[in-house]
Design a protein. Structure first.
Length: 205
């Protein structure tokens, strides 16, 4: 099945993913999933006991895509490829999620200080009988962070909607000594891998 109007659906609340898609000229409509625990969530992002980081990001990205595609059909909206993604940060084989408060954010940054950690992002595309994904892994080394730098960063709004408690596209860029991998993947959407999947779905990039 061809994509008639060349648009896709992005099933993500992340403003970084929107910016990255616009950067490479991908036209999209948002297809929002519920993520408020108080109102119920459409796809759980809880880590299962013993679940490795790679398995976690793949599962969540695919489950978001499958649910979004189902919603699309139920609403009888125009059928277009659905793009989903999930990002996590891991250090010492432990997944670092989104910090709930400044204390948790500071504890995460203290663990990342002066060390190399991994950022994993799975991007997935669902379209008709296609459900494919690619996982991109980047290594990120932080400089040694002073307590003052950690406190100042945690006093901003940046850490609290991001895995690992930081965003490389913001003030935390000052913390990064070296990366090995994909800068856009660390932001939350690896553009090379995204283009590969969208082209398979018939979207020209």
């Amino acid at each position: 099945m061809k994509v008639l109007d060349k648009k896709i659906y992005l099933a993500s609340k992340s403003p970084r993913r929107r910016e990255l898609l616009r950067q490479v000229g991908v036209d999209f409509d948002l297809l929002m999933l519920r993520s408020d625990p108080a109102r119920g969530v459409d796809v759980s992002e809880d880590v299962r006991p013993g679940e490795p980081a790679h398995d976690y990001v793949v599962r969540v990205a695919l489950e978001k895509g499958a649910f979004a595609w189902k919603v699309l059909q139920q609403r009888r909206q125009p059928l277009r490829p659905v793009l989903t993604a999930d990002t996590t940060v891991t250090v010492d084989d432990e997944i670092l999620g989104k910090p709930a408060d400044p204390l948790e954010a500071a504890a995460m940054l203290e663990r990342l200080s002066g060390r190399t950690h991994q950022v994993l992002t799975t991007v997935a595309v669902h379209f008709v009988d296609m459900a494919e994904h690619i996982t991109q892994v980047s290594n990120v080394r932080f400089a040694t962070l002073t307590p003052q730098a950690i406190r100042a960063y945690c006093a901003t709004t940046e850490p609290y909607d991001k895995a690992g408690g930081y965003g490389i596209q913001g003030l935390a860029a000052l913390f990064v000594e070296h990366i090995e991998g994909s800068h856009s993947g660390i932001m939350g959407l690896p553009l090379f891998e995204t283009a590969v999947l969208l082209r398979k779905a018939g979207v020209p990039i």
